[in-house]
Design a protein around this ligand. Structure first.
Ligand code: PMP
Length: 445
């Protein structure tokens, strides 16, 4: 099978060269650099619905969705109109405004938390929630899981998942901390356990439980590729409370994606604190954390735990988030449709790989999916160690074949892709046609 003629990327290449001269690695977030798959990252000119158009005019079917926020597709009219209306009233006040109240009321109503505080990114959300947990419990240590990513705050860059697996020299398989510049003293306050290993968590809690402020986890992992938690692991997580620690669910990726109540609703979790990002801002920079009133009332100015932000609760961001949540809430079939598309995509990828003799193991839940290039039964990849057995070279070759056919997949084996409501049967067919060609190329026929 010959590969089709490649699209022109001249303008992306020129921009990438200019960017590299003025920005580290030419990008403002590492995974955008295509480091693990090679080639030039596409510089994007515009995005509508399920498609991006790059600066060379190539139309790309988008499975990244800005890494999760664009669940409605790009440039959704309700979001565009809400932002445009907010824009006529000013871009930032540095004082409270009604959009913050309305989004907070919507989030508390949909998710069941008592109080929510808006910040500007997922990183800020998890960082602030952990400070709050420490302030509330008076304890120092936190627990996270191998391959879970919670943003780039110092204490969280420990065994921290995909961007670090594929974008920082020499970190693959390295023990904590997983970034230079994180003092060992900080990293030492972060205890790491294996995801989906309830006995390991129980043992850690038995030994250190009295010192632990919080356990933070991805309820469905997206940052080691998709990993789905077992009921036994979720039960062990809920036992952390018996030790006086708080349970923090990081729904930055899964919140409003897996259901209107996120993974918390889908999996029946009862966390003390929840972190959000991505969808809650409808494509503008927003994060949030929330939870029980007695814990949240420890936050400044009500309580002693300081946390602030010049642009927090920004009126444009609040408008985009609110419009997104209103569309999601007003369309009860939306999560069923997202799931159906993604399940068909999973089955189609699997069938195409099998036909071509390419080993593939698919993890899929709702509109999140990772196709791991390795021989393992579907759904059996449960830990970071399992995921890391994948053939990243085969993934990179497959990725390039897909990109050459206009399918914009996440540029790392250890990422989830995200399906949007703008993906329809036509997009599914186009994707599976391209995948058929890409696997046939990999299989050598
Ligand atoms: N937590 C999770 C689960 C994430 O996936 C991410 C980002 N991918 C973050 C936190 C950090 O969010 P942000 O990039 O907005 O800082």
């Amino acid at each position: 099978m010959t590969t089709q003629s490649l699209p022109s990327t001249t303008r992306s290449e020129a921009l990438f060269a200019r960017a590299k001269a003025v920005t580290p690695g030419g990008v403002n977030s590492p995974v955008r650099a295509f480091k693990s798959v090679g080639g030039t990252p596409r510089f994007i000119r515009e995005a509508h619905g399920a498609y991006l158009t790059d600066v060379d005019g190539n139309r790309l079917l988008d499975y990244i969705g800005s890494w999760g926020p664009m669940i409605l597709g790009h440039d959704h009219p309700a979001v565009r109109e809400a932002v445009a209306a907010a824009l006529t009233r000013g871009t930032s006040f540095g004082a409270p405004s009604d959009g913050e109240v309305r989004l907070a009321e919507t989030v508390t109503r949909l998710t069941g938390v008592d109080r929510v505080r808006f910040v500007n990114s997922g990183t800020e959300a998890t960082m602030s929630a952990l400070r709050l947990a420490r302030g509330f419990t008076g304890r120092k240590y936190i627990v996270k899981f191998r391959g879970n990513y919670h943003g780039h705050a110092d204490g969280l860059l420990v065994e921290a998942g995909s961007g670090l697996l594929t974008n920082t020299e020499g970190t693959l398989g390295q023990a904590a901390p997983s970034s230079a510049g994180v003092p060992e003293e900080y990293a030492r306050l972060t205890l790491v356990s294996e995801y989906n290993a309830p006995a390991a968590l129980d043992a850690l809690l038995a030994e250190r439980g009295h010192e632990i402020a919080a356990v933070i986890f991805e309820p469905v992992v997206g940052n080691a590729g998709v990993l789905i938690p077992t009921p036994e692991f979720l039960a062990a997580l809920h036992r952390v409370r018996d030790r006086g620690a708080l349970l923090i669910v990081d729904e930055v990726m899964t919140g409003f994606r897996l259901s209107l109540r996120g993974a918390t609703g889908l999996l029946g979790l009862t966390p003390d604190l929840t972190c959000w990002g991505k969808i809650i801002g409808g494509g503008l920079p927003v994060g949030a954390y929330g939870g029980r009133a007695d814990v949240m009332d420890f936050v400044s100015p009500q309580g002693p735990v300081y946390q602030a932000g010049t642009l927090s609760g920004n009126p444009l961001a609040m408008a985009a988030g609110l419009a997104t949540l209103e569309v999601l809430e007003g369309d009860p079939g939306i999560y069923t449709r997202l799931e159906a598309y993604t399940a068909e995509l999973a089955a189609g990828l699997k069938a195409a790989a099998q036909r071509a003799g390419v080993p593939l193991s698919v993890n899929q839940i709702g509109s999140m999916l990772t196709a791991f290039h390795q021989e393992a039964p579907d759904g059996s990849i449960r830990t970071y160690t399992d995921a890391a057995r994948s053939d990243t070279g085969a993934f990179a070759a497959w990725f390039q074949q897909m990109l050459g056919q206009g399918i914009y997949w996440a540029p790392s084996q250890f990422e989830s892709i995200f399906v949007s409501a703008a993906h329809t049967g036509a997009e599914l067919n186009a994707t599976l046609d391209a995948a058929h060609t890409a696997y046939a190329y990999l299989g050598g026929n």
